[in-house]
Design a protein around this ligand. Structure first.
Ligand SMILES: [Zn+2]
Ligand SMILES: [Zn+2]
Length: 412
């Protein structure tokens, strides 16, 4: 039995996956666990603040208090981050916790929802954006969080919840210790927004799990993480790249108008003397945003410019294949797909795009299945594509997409 699916509208209406550069969401949660479950420490590292840098220019960390917090604690945190990271910290006016950050059923603050809200409302001049709340934070599988960061979007959130007793203590030393814990959690999350991953070293501040009673001078950045953080902080700002990344983050969230705004800013920061590959990347993204907004003819021009600027880049060819498919030019679409694939060194990107394009736009499930198998074998991990492969692999199965009309032709 064969089947076809009625999908072309979906491909037009939902092209959030159009070929740009592969970029995955990187979310990091810092967990705390019950102290009694821990192994004894094997090594210690000296508590050493990261030295300030001359390269701090343009690196403005915007700190946003959310909900019920004490001003003196936030002031102290801002000063502490300036000292530890050597960047400027600006305190934004406090706001209530946004209702959309809460789980409607439990009322708890869900960390990744809050990050989404933060990203959409981030100040334009913020280099990094960190919110602080006194509410407990949770994610799908974790409830005891100090903080949560999105490395790609450069936003993070912290909670004072676990330090509240100390912060409210009448004992000055207790208060100082609690503020130090909060600052350490903040450095951990900031390090994520600077590209640092979790660290396996015992007692390093970048461990995934740190018990509350050891989040003090015994838990500092290890030597390797200090070097990583130093390098990240010392890297001069690259304004066009920052705009490109911001555009990508908006594109992933399907805010195409805002994505386009940042891609246009990136383009304005480049001159014709810059690397044509950089110009090509920007043109391709502008083209993908316009296509996603159904402005096809103009988008096609940008995509063709991207190809002229960097004929070796696969992504503009993939997007041109989409343009041809929209115009009903199936053979040309197939040709551009093959051109892009021949240039694409990354099997996950190559087979992932081909599988999705053949499935969603050219409506060729048999050809799609072969690419999706190659995609899975190469380590591709998109839940959407793996689920599609699973469904296609079942004999006689019909792919459903939520909210879609099914048109099934059975032929033997
Ligand atoms: Zn972490
Ligand atoms: Zn480390």
């Amino acid at each position: 039995m064969r089947h076809t699916r009625h999908t072309p509208r979906r491909a037009l209406a939902d092209p959030g996956w159009m070929a740009r550069c592969a970029s995955t969401m990187a979310l990091f949660a810092l967990l705390l666990i019950v102290p009694s479950l821990l192994e004894p420490p094997h090594a210690t590292y000296s508590a050493r603040p990261v030295v300030p840098f001359d390269t701090a220019e343009g690196k403005l960390l915007a700190l946003r208090p959310l909900g019920d917090l004490m001003e003196r604690d936030i002031d102290d945190l801002a000063r502490s981050l300036e000292y530890r990271l050597g960047v400027d910290v600006t305190l934004l006016p406090p706001l209530p916790i946004p209702p959309e950050a809460r789980d409607p059923a439990t009322g708890h603050v869900v960390a990744d929802r809050l990050l989404n809200w933060m990203f959409a409302t981030r100040p334009d001049d913020a280099w990094r954006y960190v919110a602080v709340t006194s509410d407990p934070l949770q994610t799908g599988d974790a409830h005891s969080l100090y903080g949560y960061a999105n490395a790609v979007d450069h936003v993070a959130v912290l909670t004072t919840f676990h330090f509240e007793a100390g912060l409210h203590s009448t004992d000055r030393l207790e208060r100082a210790l609690a503020r130090d814990k909060l600052a350490r959690a903040a450095v951990h999350e900031m390090a994520h927004t600077l590209g640092l991953d979790h660290c396996e070293h015992d007692l390093c501040l970048m461990q995934r799990v740190i018990p509350l009673d050891r989040l003090d001078t015994r838990t500092s950045l290890c030597h390797d993480c200090i070097q990583r953080l130093d390098r990240a902080l010392a890297t001069p700002n690259d304004p066009w790249r920052e705009q490109l990344d911001l555009g990508d983050s908006f594109f992933h969230r399907r805010y195409y108008t805002r994505a386009l705004h940042h891609y246009d800013l990136a383009k304005a920061l480049l001159t014709p003397h810059d690397d044509p590959r950089a110009l090509s990347q920007v043109e391709n993204r502008i083209g993908a945003s316009l296509l996603s907004m159904q402005i096809v003819a103009e988008g096609e021009q940008n995509i063709r410019r991207a190809i002229d600027l960097d004929p070796a880049a696969p992504q503009p060819h993939y997007n041109l294949a989409i343009v041809y498919a929209y115009a009903g030019e199936r053979a040309l679409a197939q040709e551009e797909l093959e051109r892009g694939m021949a240039l694409d060194q990354d099997p996950v990107s190559r087979h992932g795009f081909a599988g999705r394009f053949l499935l969603d736009i050219l409506d060729d499930p048999d050809a799609a299945a072969a690419h999706l198998r190659a995609y899975a074998a190469a380590g591709g991990d998109s839940p959407y594509l793996l689920e599609a492969l699973d469904t296609l692999s079942r004999p006689g199965a019909v792919l459903f997409t939520h909210g879609e009309v099914e048109v099934i032709h059975a032929t033997w």
